[in-house]
Design a protein around this ligand. Structure first.
Ligand SMILES: Cc1cc2nc3c(=O)[nH]c(=O)nc-3n(C[C@H](O)[C@H](O)[C@H](O)COP(=O)(O)O)c2cc1C
Length: 456
């Protein structure tokens, strides 16, 4: 079988994920895994039509595509996201149509599911037969059992291609048309508030709905808004994955990102992210921005701020993207005041939602509304906590932040709970005690809650 491996890591040949493919090349020599570097070559692919065409030619003459990339910030690296955009923008879908596709990622299993959902949905959009991918922990290749799983996964994929097995489509196709948003003339509300509010947008000239929505939002807010268009920032490129920022949160790029963070975002009380949906996510420009925020490591440096989003595009059809936006808020420990989109045909309703968002955002700033995490925030925190503890020699700044803010909240540090657990473990080990334990368990468990209610 002839498999085109689209390699998305910006680290190119130094990619860990790529070494999973190299392993497959050795273990399955009867099949060809032809690696095409995308992540490290994105500038060339953007600017050199022949280089882009040669990628398409490789895909065309392959039996299947293997998307091979590290999970970056809930998704794939900005460089690979840009490639996806280019394929659609240059009407190059025909190179992919009808081929089988799957994904091989490495990560620490933090939102690898949203990354896999994404690439599977994109593969389906390209008319491919997309098969569930293989999400490896970055260290899995070092473990014999995991290596066997990897080879089994590749074997199954190859069998699927050989048998031309039917593949279930998982995601609905997206209707990207949104009605034109026609707001009425909105008078500027006097800017009497003194809150520091920053609105980041990537609106280009063609993003009329987004311009109108952010404009209505800013006019309705009785507080000045500092609007920053991220297209006007000098960003030297996407995150390179070098992790040199781990020591003291300084990126190897010297561009506008650090000053923006230092001078505006760190002191802001609310941040609004505004963007237009492109290829099932926000723009690749936004992805550069989010990936590059990794210079802060895993520390929620913007915690305590309010967050909101204004999105142009079919967000209701993209629960995966909504989950990512919600996870940005929960992991950043920023309360999400709301997300407004332009999907309603009724412009008056969108205007009302934007005005309401403006009012609520200010109220939340004043009340310091905290984020109430779900599994996204709680589960994510535990993964980061363990990772930073283990890799504290790389993520030194993270380690100091976590230690300072009490984020190493391991259960074994709670002495009272440990004693309690030890005591009950001993008791419940006595067979004669167990029936009495279960008889009393529910009422005893409720006692502290009842006390709180009684004392309220
Ligand atoms: C900017 C950046 C963002 C990352 N985001 C995630 C993430 O969201 N989830 C995750 O599990 N791992 C994340 N990682 C970890 C990488 O996925 C992991 O280290 C991967 O194995 C690197 O593979 P590579 O060497 O092929 O680039 C991130 C790493 C970097 C540098």
């Amino acid at each position: 079988m002839n498999i085109a491996v689209l390699a998305g890591s910006p680290k190119g040949e130094m990619s860990i994920t790529l070494h999973y493919v190299k392993y497959l090349q050795k273990k399955l020599p009867e099949h060809e895994f032809r690696v095409i570097q995308i992540g490290s070559q994105i500038r060339k692919l953007e600017n050199d039509a022949a280089a882009f065409q040669s990628v398409l030619d490789e895909v065309r003459r392959s039996d299947a595509v293997l998307w091979c990339f590290p999970v970056y910030v809930f998704l794939l690296p900005s460089q690979l996201k840009r490639f996806v955009e280019l394929v659609f923008a240059r009407y190059a879908e025909s190179a992919f149509v009808g081929k089988y596709a799957t994904a091989l990622t490495t990560s620490v299993h933090f939102f690898d599911h949203t990354a896999h959902n994404y690439i599977r949905a994109i593969s389906e959009d390209l008319g491919m037969n997309a098969v569930a991918g293989f999400s490896a922990d970055m260290e899995d290749l070092l473990k014999p059992a995991c290596r066997d799983n990897l080879v089994a996964f590749a074997g199954n994929f190859i069998r699927t291609i050989a048998d031309r097995s039917p593949v279930e489509k998982v995601f609905v196709s997206i209707n990207s048309d949104v009605p034109e948003y026609k707001p009425p003339e909105i008078p500027d509300v006097p800017k009497t508030g003194t809150r520091r509010i920053v609105l980041l947008t990537d609106a280009g000239e063609a993003d009329i709905n987004l311009h109108r929505m952010t404009d209505v939002f800013a006019r309705s807010l009785p507080n000045a808004v500092d609007v920053v268009n991220i297209n006007s920032l000098d960003l030297k490129g996407g995150c390179l994955g070098c992790c040199r920022c781990g020591e003291s949160n300084i990126c190897v790029y010297h561009d506008d990102l650090l000053p923006l963070f230092r001078d505006k975002l760190m002191s802001a009380e609310a941040i609004i992210f505004a963007g237009t949906i492109r290829s099932r996510y926000l723009s690749a420009r936004w992805k550069i921005f989010f990936d590059r925020m990794f210079f802060n490591g895993h520390a929620p440096v913007l915690m305590g701020k309010q967050m909101a989003s204004i999105v142009s595009g079919p967000l209701r059809q993209l629960p995966n993207l909504r989950q990512i936006l919600e996870a940005e808020s929960e992991m950043g420990r920023m309360h999400l005041a709301g997300i407004v989109t332009d999907e309603d045909a009724d412009s008056a309703r969108i205007t009302a939602l934007l005005k309401d968002l403006a009012a609520r955002l200010l109220r939340h700033v004043e009340e310091h509304t905290p984020v109430q995490p779900t599994f996204l925030g709680v589960g994510g925190h535990k993964i980061f906590r363990d990772l930073i503890y283990e890799l504290r020699f790389v993520f030194k700044a993270d380690y100091l932040f976590y230690a300072k803010h009490g984020l190493f909240d391991y259960p074994q540090k709670n002495i009272r709970k440990r004693l309690q657990t030890g005591f009950f473990s001993l008791l419940t080990a006595i067979p004669a005690f167990r029936p009495a334990f279960y008889r009393m368990a529910n009422s005893k468990m409720l006692e502290p809650y009842q006390k709180v209610v009684d004392q309220a």
